[in-house]
Design a protein around this ligand. Structure first.
Ligand SMILES: NC(=O)C1=CN([C@@H]2O[C@H](COP(=O)(O)OP(=O)(O)OC[C@H]3O[C@@H](n4cnc5c(N)ncnc54)[C@H](OP(=O)(O)O)[C@@H]3O)[C@@H](O)[C@H]2O)C=CC1
Ligand SMILES: O=C([O-])CC(=O)C(=O)O
Length: 271
């Protein structure tokens, strides 16, 4: 059975642990890690079957086949190179960290050298299958419009830097319009999906991102619009935010669980 380690015991991490513990993902939950010992203990207290060890990322990579990062972009920058250097596969949720070209190249080189893989689930967006297929023939434009309730955006570096107070807004406001490379840095906990879309499509420099704070919605709504040789694609997804972390959509955890299920299954469906 594949041995899995989890970095980050917040919403997504705890959902993965529960999915392995229940047997929905056929794997061994070998170890877990978080800054917060309290969050690690909270996950451990929920488990009925698995008994993962509390280990740091490097220790995890010595005994696991695959580590799932569901912590932060900083965690990816710090832990991904040593994990891959230990020959351990890595699944990345905080995909915005890959906007740094040198870092992306380093991960690719390290994974090749050590014969391991980096997986990026579709996360909180849909349409990556069609986008990847469409990209083969060439794309003219890719635009992501993200609309989130105020509770899902507060605390973002962009708002703090620009001293934008969303607490009193009554109507939707366009907070950001620009390239994906800048969006994932300005809103590191909100638009990792734009990194995934950039990697599937026309890259971080050409992918256009719009971020809207909307006080009148309760969902995290993402729209993807693509033009290319294949034709035109438009996709809208209205995600329920997770109860534990309003920045994160429930679908992001489901997508990770689905990808882990796919990896652990000998029959592969879809692209
Ligand atoms: N690709 C996608 O589609 C999506 C990606 N995401 C991203 O996935 C990640 C996980 O999301 P979610 O579970 O909701 O996040 P949570 O905030 O609920 O949980 C993350 C946990 O990881 C901890 N953590 C952060 N950095 C580190 C680190 N360097 N080392 C150890 N622990 C760390 C956090 O601690 P603390 O709270 O103290 O920081 C927290 O306990 C986030 O980066 C999020 O932005 C989310 C949704 C969609
Ligand atoms: O969960 C979402 O809706 C999107 C998100 O936070 C991210 O991409 O980082």
């Amino acid at each position: 059975m594949i041995k899995i380690g989890v970095i980050g015991c917040g919403f997504i991490g705890s959902q993965i642990c529960m999915a392995i513990d229940s047997g929905f993902i056929e794997a061994e939950l070998t170890g877990i890690f978080d800054f917060s010992g309290e969050k690690v203990n909270s996950v451990l207290s929920e488990l009925k079957n698995a008994s993962p060890q509390k280990l740091n990322p490097e220790q995890l990579s010595e005994i696991c086949d695959l580590i799932v990062e569901c912590a932060s972009q900083e965690a990816v920058l710090k832990y991904a190179p040593p994990i891959l250097s230990n020959g351990c596969d890595l699944m990345i949720l905080s995909a915005g960290a890959l906007q740094n070209r040198d870092f992306y190249a380093l991960l690719q080189k390290t994974a090749l050298q050590h014969d391991c893989k980096v997986y990026i689930p579709s996360g909180a967006i849909a349409g990556t299958d069609g986008l990847k297929s469409a990209a083969v023939a060439g794309l003219n434009s890719v635009t992501v419009t993200t609309r989130k309730p105020v509770s899902g955006l507060i605390g973002s570096p962009y708002l703090l830097e620009k001293k934008i107070d969303l607490s009193q807004i009554k109507e939707p406001i366009l907070l950001f319009e620009g390239k994906a490379a800048d969006a994932v840095v300005a809103f590191p906990k909100n638009v990792n999906i734009c990194a995934t879309i950039s990697l599937c499509g026309i890259g971080f420099e050409k992918t256009v991102v719009r971020i809207i704070a909307d006080p009148n919605i309760h969902e995290n709504i993402h729209e993807l619009e693509v033009f290319g040789e294949f034709g035109h694609m438009k996709m809208t997804i209205e995600n329920k935010p997770s109860p534990q972390n309003p920045k994160t959509s429930y679908l992001a955890a489901l997508s990770t669980i689905s990808m882990l299920k796919r990896i652990t299954n000998p029959i592969q469906i879809g692209i």
